[in-house]
Ligand binder design. Structure first.
Ligand code: ZN
Length: 319
């Protein structure tokens, strides 16, 4: 009885998407070499992660760290059953992704009107009108497209975003035929109650959508938000190795939730991720060495719960 109840609450399996190579690195001052990126990518694949955001095709001057995404994609090993995707701002970006043979692209729009107007001088709906040629191009060239809704959990300009505002953008994505959508929290403003309520609303209102949640741990709420997301029935989450990343509006902010922290928590909860935790930790360790500064990962600092009990056994054996 107990077990049956537990299974109704928690998923058996969760999918982790690694965004370290894009979201994690894009705010790093030190520009990584293509070789360093490929080394990290190999380690991510080796750890068992099946969905990887390898970079973005934005203007090279806008994000210098992403200027070599073409080279990374050209040189990377393509392992069967691994989805390699890139963030695409517009048709030009999509053409660049296609030219190097990527078959998965993620479009993104902020659900906040003020954020969009301030950054791009366009409303969210005006920006999304620019997605129409992208979707047509993608269909013609067999590219899968997903969509991100940024500022979904809060905006530096508008504060909390009403669910109706998110709903409106979701419907626009669906009109474009895009049914894989991520709700993203670059400012780290989302809280677990909000994630549970909005998550529930989205899952029930749009059962055809494959939902992904993307949290930054800016104020320490990201793991709790993932728990709330699972309780709302969402089972796909983004993470970045070592917890790299930041937020342009929050100087010095903690980055994305660390992939290894998510995997560790889920493993402790008995939820399968298909990710080898020691290998995920090794990836984070290597990423930390490469960027050359301390990062916001709990298990990199404290180790796994399991390590503690193993140390205890060793201590006892030594006595
Ligand atoms: Zn992010």
């Amino acid at each position: 009885m107990e077990d049956a109840r537990a299974n109704m609450v928690w998923p058996d399996k969760v999918t982790i998407c690694e965004v370290g190579l894009r979201d994690g690195l894009q705010n790093e001052k030190k520009l990584l070499s293509v070789e360093e990126k490929l080394e990290l990518l190999d380690m991510v694949v080796e750890s068992g992660i099946k969905i990887i955001e390898v970079g973005s095709f934005v203007h090279p001057k806008a994000v210098p760290q992403m200027a070599d995404t073409e080279k990374v994609v050209q040189k990377m090993k393509r392992v069967k059953d691994v989805e390699y995707r890139a963030l695409i701002p517009n048709l030009k970006g999509l053409e660049r992704a296609h030219a190097v043979g990527l078959t998965k692209a993620k479009l993104t729009v902020s659900v906040s009107e003020s954020h969009c107007l301030n950054n791009f001088n366009q409303t969210p709906l005006e920006m999304m009108a620019g997605f129409v040629p992208c979707v047509e191009y993608a269909a013609k060239h067999n590219i899968n497209v997903s969509g991100a809704l940024s500022s979904a959990w809060g905006c530096a300009f508008e504060g909390k975003i009403p669910v109706q505002q998110i709903d409106k953008i979701v419907r626009e994505y669906l009109k474009l035929g895009i049914t894989e959508l991520s709700l993203s929290d670059a400012t780290g403003m989302g809280n677990p109650q909000q994630v549970y309520e909005i998550g529930n609303y989205m899952v029930k209102t749009f059962p055809e959508v494959k939902w992904v949640l993307h949290f930054h741990n800016t104020r320490g709420m990201a793991l709790a938000n993932i728990v709330a997301g699972m309780l709302a029935g969402i089972t796909t989450f983004d993470g970045a190795f070592a917890g790299l990343g930041g937020c342009p509006y929050v100087p010095g902010a903690t980055g994305n939730i660390a992939t290894e922290d998510v995997v560790h928590m889920l493993q402790e909860m008995g939820i399968e991720t298909g990710v080898d935790l020691p290998k995920a930790i090794a990836t984070a360790q290597r990423a930390k060495e490469i960027v050359g500064h301390d990062t916001a990962s709990y298990v990199l600092k404290a180790g796994r719960c399991e390590d503690l009990t193993q140390q205890k056994v060793q201590r006892q054996n030594n006595e």
